[in-house]
Design a protein around this ligand. Structure first.
Ligand code: FE
Ligand code: FE
Ligand code: ZN
Length: 297
């Protein structure tokens, strides 16, 4: 009887912990999930972001289970990372008007039910604009909405996006996000999506002090709550509170900082999503560039 034993030391030589770069961009949902999956593959991406419905709100498309199962198969075969759904821009769970608040809550609850067809993924939303009510009132509405909408049985993690702070946006500081998170009952269903353009415009200096910004995030929120990164350069200078995205390397943030971000030991395992002003060919170029910078070990 021949028994072959592979010596454990020999095994260890071959096991090098290499990290997969999870990179994709925002894609149009118009032709369905399989089409987005194929578009992602065509630009060497292994994930993507999409709007759950028209970005201006309104009704969502009817769920096409055949399309979704074809996508899930494609994603499995190609080792896709988690995909990120983005709520419509019009959603404002802290609006002054009760009707808009209710409509926003209903849209979000419906989005989350639909997300269960794609289990275990991420859903990102803008915390909202308090208009003239002040941050505290606005924050209390956001907390109330989340405690109403989040369900223990859901498999989706809901992410609050860091905002640039234009107008009366809530989420311009880590403290504002933490004030929401600490009052959410189902803590394991809530996290943060960090937008590089937004936090730079908001006044977090990721160009000169990325480590300091991450320390601040860790101190105020905790890095275990960070689930995704929107990778955008900015058309405007530091602290401008403007929120205008630019192609990677062509804005005020610059390529070196993106190199630092995607390779940062505390960030490099996360999924990165481009929301830059590009069509597919432009995103393909950005992904090629970022892949050339990414160190997988
Ligand atoms: Fe966003
Ligand atoms: Fe964003
Ligand atoms: Zn933005």
């Amino acid at each position: 009887m021949g028994i072959s034993i592979i010596h454990p030391y020999i095994c260890q030589i071959f096991i090098k912990r290499s990290i997969m770069f999870k990179i994709g961009c925002h894609l149009s949902v118009a032709k369905g999930f399989l089409s987005m999956g194929k578009d992602a593959l065509s630009i060497n991406a292994n994930t993507f972001q999409f709007f759950t419905r028209n970005p201006r709100g309104g009704s969502a498309k009817v769920i096409d289970e055949t399309d979704i199962s074809a996508f899930l198969e494609l994603a499995k075969q190609n080792n896709f990372a988690t995909i990120l759904a983005h709520a419509p821009y019009t959603l404002n769970v802290c609006a002054m008007d009760e009707g808009i608040r209710r409509f926003s809550r209903e849209m979000m609850a419906d989005d989350l039910l639909r997300m269960e067809y794609l289990p275990g993924n991420l859903y990102n939303f803008h915390p909202g604009s308090h208009v003239k009510q002040g941050v505290e009132v606005g924050t209390s509405y956001i907390i109330e909405a989340l405690n109403n909408i989040l369900k223990p049985e859901q498999t989706t993690t809901v992410l609050l996006e860091t905002m640039a702070g234009k107008g009366s946006e809530i989420g311009r500081t880590f403290e504002e996000l933490q004030a929401i998170i600490e009052k959410v009952e189902l803590k394991n269903k809530i996290g943060v999506c960090l937008d590089t353009c937004h936090i730079y415009d908001a006044g977090y200096d990721i160009v000169n002090n990325l480590d300091g910004v991450l320390e601040e995030f860790e101190k105020v929120i905790g890095l275990e709550k960070l689930y995704a990164i929107h990778l955008n350069d900015s058309k405007n200078p530091f602290k401008s509170h403007k929120d205008r995205h630019e192609t990677i390397g062509k804005g005020s943030i610059g390529l070196q900082t993106f190199d630092n971000i995607i390779n940062h030991p505390q960030l490099k395992h996360l999924p990165f999503y481009l929301e830059t002003p590009n069509e597919l060919p432009g995103h393909a170029e950005e992904i090629t560039l970022l892949r050339s910078l990414y160190k997988s070990v």
